[in-house]
Design a protein around this ligand. Structure first.
Ligand SMILES: [Zn+2]
Length: 522
């Protein structure tokens, strides 16, 4: 059996780029190199990459070259994955028929469940010395690891759960909230990480670990009454991350409907929405994937999403997905990155929760938003935009597998094969047609972001870490359960379903919520 793993394909693709030409390696990011030899480099690479074109690179910039290289790495991985599946089928005709539509992916787009679990489980007990720089992110490390294991259907054992709760209790500040590690000042980011991690554990010990009254008092102290937003810590910066983490913690602690905590958040977030349609960290800054998720989810949690221009937001989100790579980027003209599978991909189910009115506005016959909605629908029908970042022109690519683009190789599934959709927690609001290709996103994550020895990464060649493992898997869960286009790869790829507002697996969140409801009111 030919053992061509996605990671090996990725490595080989990068080394192939790096070999040609000598002295002009692909990862040479020196600004001075681009104008001097940029186009010649591209031409040499194109020749070495077996027929890939140089279209659109007449005037290469550092950005366009990096985009071009990543697209060709992804195409190469996809092309070789299909070839690998065909060879497998020839060697063992009893395997799933690769000639059948979509069948090829079942043998190569496989989630490396066991090695991911092994990587995460080991990390819970031991981290290498290099992690010392994450001393202020120790609550985050707990959340990234515990949530990723929960998505994989691998809950902690009793001992590990008890140890994590005990460690997080050491990070709790005497005046409320959690610091990044033991003895550190309270901050909204690790407070969210700690409470979400405890919700993922969802034992009585975990619930009782949080001093809820003091935690809510800490949230109130972080409230920036002059803007309506939240400061990340007392005296700190006000931004959309603060809004999200404060309201997510309040929601997890059962006080999400508190009027004082919610007051003014929606108006602040609306001011952060930019001319592009996405959301920035603060008014006047650039739209960004993490801030867009945080802003939108915060607005939804305080019932203020109607203050935002949601069709423009949807338009911006949809154009963050690279049709060739299948993943999302975080900003215009940036490369796709696995973690945005959740920050951008996860915003689509939050949009579902936002309002049925959004769907009506975008699906109706009238209004300027309809043209844009139409463009995103075209994209989803298996074509997509021609390129990834910076290709917002909307020219459709041919939907044949020979292009080796994610949107062509992973077309929308037939309706008849789609799994029955579960009712989401908000009940009636649901988009019939999400404006992103969930199958292309799954293809990107499974073939370009996984490492066979466990863990997931930003993009091929970057290497694994716990943050990207957590958010790649979170994005994969969203794509599998909320995309409406079914599963890429074998049935064993299916992850647990995550709650898109707080990013805790739904089953554990239900148990946590039940336990919190039994506690006295704050
Ligand atoms: Zn990333």
């Amino acid at each position: 059996m030919l053992k061509l793993t996605a990671a090996r394909l990725a490595r080989e693709s990068f080394s192939q780029l790096a070999r040609v030409p000598a002295g002009r390696q692909s990862r040479d990011r020196s600004r001075a190199d681009v104008p001097v030899g940029g186009r010649a480099v591209v031409m040499a690479m194109a020749a070495a990459m077996d027929g890939f074109g140089t279209e659109g690179l007449d005037f290469p910039t550092e950005t366009s070259l990096e985009q071009w290289k990543l697209e060709h790495v992804a195409r190469d991985i996809y092309r070789r994955s299909v070839a690998s599946a065909r060879i497998r089928e020839e060697e063992d005709p009893t395997e799933e028929c690769v000639a059948c539509e979509g069948g090829w992916e079942a043998s190569v787009a496989v989630l490396h469940r066991e090695t991911h679990v092994a990587y995460l489980t080991k990390s819970l007990r031991h981290l290498s010395a290099g992690h010392v720089v994450l001393d202020a992110s120790r609550c985050w490390l707990c959340y990234w690891i515990v949530h990723a294991l929960a998505l994989l259907g691998e809950p902690l054992g009793d001992d590990a759960a008890r140890d994590v709760v005990e460690f997080l209790s050491l990070c709790q500040h005497p005046d409320g909230g959690f610091g990044g590690g033991p003895g550190q000042m309270p901050h909204l980011a690790p407070t969210y990480a700690a409470v979400a991690c405890l919700a993922e554990i969802a034992t009585l010990e975990a619930v009782e670990c949080v001093d809820r009254a003091k935690c809510v008092a800490f949230l109130a102290r972080c409230k920036d009454t002059s803007t309506g937003g939240y400061r990340m810590h007392e005296g700190g910066e006000t931004d959309t991350r603060g809004c999200y983490t404060a309201l997510a913690v309040a929601r997890l602690l059962g006080v999400g409907s508190d009027a004082e905590l919610r007051d003014g958040v929606g108006a602040f977030v609306a001011k952060c929405q930019t001319h592009e349609g996405g959301v920035a960290g603060e008014p006047g800054a650039e739209a960004h994937g993490g801030d867009t998720y945080c802003g939108l989810a915060a607005a939804v949690m305080c019932d203020s999403a109607h203050l935002m221009d949601l069709p423009e937001l949807t338009h911006w989100l949809a154009h963050r997905q690279g049709a060739v790579e299948g993943g999302f980027n975080g900003r215009t003209n940036k490369l796709v990155d696995g973690c945005y599978s959740f920050w951008q991909g996860g915003a689509f189910p939050v949009l579902e929760l936002a309002s049925g009115a959004v769907l009506r506005a975008m699906g109706g016959a009238e209004g300027g938003a309809d043209r844009r909605a139409g463009a995103t629908r075209e994209r989803r029908r298996g074509a997509g935009n021609k390129g990834g970042a910076g290709n917002e022109g909307g020219e459709a690519i041919a939907s044949d597998a020979s292009s080796n683009a994610a949107c062509a190789l992973f077309p929308a599934a037939q309706l008849a094969t789609q799994p029955t959709r579960k009712t989401n927690t908000a009940g009636s609001h649901a988009f019939a047609t999400p404006s992103f290709s969930s199958r292309a996103l799954q293809g990107w994550l499974l073939l370009c972001c996984q490492l066979p020895n466990g863990g997931l990464q930003d993009k091929p060649g970057k290497g694994r870490d716990h943050y990207h493992t957590c958010y790649c898997l979170s994005g994969l869960s969203v794509a599998q359960h909320w995309g409406g286009d079914g599963l890429v790869g074998p049935a064993t790829n299916l992850l647990e379903r995550t709650d898109p507002l707080v990013n805790v697996t739904e089953a554990r969140l239900a148990e946590w919520t039940r336990l919190v409801a039994q506690l006295p009111k704050i």
